[in-house]
Every structure is written in structure tokens, then in C-alpha cells.
Ligand binder design. Structure first.
Ligand SMILES: Cc1ncc(COP(=O)(O)O)c(C=O)c1O
Length: 364
């Protein structure tokens, strides 16, 4: 009686299987979780140190405007503080943006097979959510298709670059062609959760570079900085957008500990460098092993690789086998890709374990 139908029918976000659950289920001590694109090196040590130092301040509410954190981000990216929003993860900012800008009857457009977190937020509203098919066979956003889906009710377009779970990007050229045709009264949300991994590629567009009035760029501390559990994200946009998002957010998000962690993490260049190196080596190792095993993988610009197993039943069997052996990977049925899995590029030990068990599974 209380719950409206669009909420009743909402499929909740199902994250990668938690380590503790698998330990209980199979009584295995050693678990490798390569399912949620976390940083297997752990959290940034500088962030950890700052969080410990701030524990003794945790009886205090944080400052509502998160001034120090936003100031730090503004210096790092050479922007004004008025152009920086923060929230409980980048998902927190997405939620606040939907709450702020989407009115009754207005529509959201995105691609199929993109970040489920956004889908859940979008479908959690009574508004129409349009999913445009990907480019056939390429696992890439079809920006022309998205453009064609725009109508007078469209209010928000969500783009994920690199895209989770496919790892593909749209290029600078593709983005420039697209954005100039989008009416200015449509808010384009560009989710760059994996920005740090992709930015070394010259064809990758850093959406911040363009300074469009109707674009909000979203970034996170959950991936390369390794503090997903702390929930801290940030966004860049023009003053009006940022002011609005900061107005509707929960007054005290992000927490005092999260703010301290973020400020410190932004200075942890050594950790970022180490994470990027580990990722590059892991990517080269995994992709060459997958090719040796004749398994189809999709070139990735992020810290994960999507693998096309051909059929859903192969995915189900492989996933069961991996779980029994203490390896958590991500089957992609919920993303609309039942024949695919996603593996996070982990430490050499995790990558080796995945390849070893994959080899054993294929020999069975
Ligand atoms: C594309 C994308 N956006 C956002 C997030 C979540 O970011 P946050 O932890 O900052 O909410 C993820 C996490 O998997 C992601 O893959």
C-alpha cells in the first residue's frame, strides 16, 4: 500500500559477493575478490594515516560545505571551489543530481550495459529511463543512437567513460561530435570513475578540459585511491549545478573521516603510481594469458577486463567453479550481458590464481 509500483518493481543493486559470505558458504580461508573493481593494493596509506588522526575528532559534525576538501580538489585541478561538488561516493552525487534536476515527466537516457548503480538510481524515480543499445559487436556506447533518442522530454544523459563493465571508451573525436549537438538544457553526466587509469591514452577525452555548461564530470576516491568503503566522490560543473547539488545533499555528507581521507589521498602520488604500474602489468599478463587460452576479452581502459564466454551457461559454470575455489569474479547477467564476466585486475597473486584456475577449469 505504501510503496509505489516503480519502487516495488525496482531491482536493487547487487554488488560482487562479499568475502565473508563466501567464507561462510564454502569454509574457505583464502579468498580472492576480483569482482568489484576495488584497488587490490588496499587503501592509500596517506588516507589511512589521516583517518586515524581524525578519529579523535569524530564526535564533531563535519563542516557543511566541506571547504577544506573542496579547496584541496580545486587546487589539484586548477579550478574554483564553486565548481566542485562532493558527496557520499560519486553515486551520492548522482543521486543528488537526479533529485535536483529531474522533474515529473522528464526522461533520462543512457546506454544499455552500463553502470548498474546509475540504473538503480534512475529507475528509482517514476521518470522514463531510456537505454540505447551499444554499437553492435563493439561493446561501446552508441553516441549517435543516444543523440537520436533525445526528445523534448529529455533532461539527463548519463555517459560512463571508461564504461563499467565493458572497459571501452568513446574517444575525444566522438565526444566532441556528440556534445555539440546536445541541447544546452539537457544535463550530461559523465562518470569518470576510472579516469586515472584511462587518462594516459591520448584518445581518451578528459571531460573537464572542455568546460561545457551542461556537463557534470564525476570522479571517485573508491577506485585508484582505494577507499571505496569510506564513500567519497567529487564532481566538477558550473556554479549553478554545484550550488544546487550542495544544497540538496545531506548536510553532513561526506563524513569528517571521509573528508580527511580524501585530502590526504590526493597527495599520495606514490600510491597512485604504484597502482597504475600494477594495473598495467596485470593487464598485460591477463590479456596475454587469456589470448593463449583462446578466450575472447575486450580491450579495457580501466582496472578490469570484460571476458566474453560466448554463452550464459559457460559463465554460470565458470563462476561456480571459481567460487568453490575461493575466487569471486563478476558474472554480468544483471548488466544485460549474460554471456560475459568481468574480472578486476588485481595483485600478481590474484591474477595468477585466476589464470591458474581458469586453466584448470578449461582442462576439466
Ligand atoms: C562507473 C562507476 N561509477 C561509480 C562507481 C561508484 O563510485 P562511488 O564508490 O564513488 O559511489 C562505480 C563503482 O563500481 C563505477 O564503476
Amino acid at each position: 500500500m505504501l510503496t509505489p509500483n516503480y519502487i516495488k518493481n525496482l531491482k536493487p543493486y547487487v554488488p560482487g559477493k562479499p568475502i565473508e559470505e563466501l567464507q561462510r558458504e564454502f569454509n574457505i580461508e583464502r579468498i580472492y575478490k576480483i569482482a568489484s573493481n576495488e584497488n587490490s593494493l588496499g587503501p592509500s596509506p596517506k588516507a589511512v594515516e589521516a583517518m586515524i588522526n581524525y578519529m579523535s575528532e569524530s564526535h564533531r559534525y563535519p563542516e557543511v560545505g566541506a571547504f577544506d576538501l573542496r579547496n584541496k580538489i580545486s587546487k589539484k585541478f586548477n579550478l574554483k571551489i564553486e565548481n566542485i561538488a562532493v558527496g557520499n561516493g560519486s553515486e551520492g552525487i548522482m543521486a543528488n543530481a537526479l533529485r535536483s534536476f529531474l522533474c515529473d515527466g522528464e526522461e533520462i537516457i543512457s546506454s544499455e550495459s552500463t553502470f548498474i548503480g546509475f540504473q538503480v538510481l534512475a529507475r528509482g524515480r517514476a521518470n522514463k529511463y531510456v537505454e540505447v543499445p551499444m554499437l553492435p559487436g563493439k561493446y561501446k556506447f552508441d553516441l549517435d543512437g543516444i543523440l537520436n533518442a533525445v526528445n523534448s522530454n529529455t533532461k539527463i544523459i548519463y555517459l560512463c567513460n571508461p564504461n563499467n563493465p565493458t572497459g571501452t571508451i568513446f574517444t575525444k573525436k566522438e565526444f566532441e561530435e556528440f556534445i555539440k549537438k546536445i541541447p544546452e538544457n539537457i544535463l550530461v553526466m559523465i562518470d569518470e570513475a576510472y579516469f586515472e587509469y584511462a587518462t594516459m591514452y591520448p584518445e581518451y577525452p578528459d571531460s573537464l578540459f572542455y568546460r561545457f555548461d551542461n556537463v557534470i564530470t564525476l570522479r571517485t576516491f573508491s577506485k585508484i585511491y582505494g577507499i571505496a568503503g569510506i564513500r567519497l566522490g567529487y564532481g566538477f560543473a558550473r556554479n549553478e549545478i554545484v550550488e544546487t547539488i550542495m544544497k540538496v545533499k545531506l548536510p553532513f555528507e561526506p563524513s569528517i573521516i571521509a573528508q580527511a581521507a580524501g585530502i590526504a589521498a590526493l597527495d599520495d602520488d606514490d600510491f597512485v603510481k604504484m597502482s597504475l604500474e600494477m594495473n598495467r602489468e596485470g593487464y598485460n599478463f591477463l590479456t596475454s594469458e587469456l589470448s593463449n587460452l583462446n578466450i575472447k576479452w575486450i580491450p579495457s581502459y580501466a582496472n578490469f577486463i570484460m571476458i566474453d564466454m560466448g554463452k550464459e551457461e559457460y559463465v554460470v559454470k565458470l563462476n561456480d567453479y571459481m567460487l568453490k575455489n575461493g575466487i569471486i569474479i563478476r558474472p554480468l547477467k544483471a548488466f544485460g550481458l549474460p554471456h560475459c564476466i568481468r574480472v578486476t585486475i588485481g595483485t600478481p597473486e590474484e591474477n595468477n590464481a585466476f589464470v591458474d584456475y581458469l586453466r584448470k577449469y578449461l582442462k576439466k
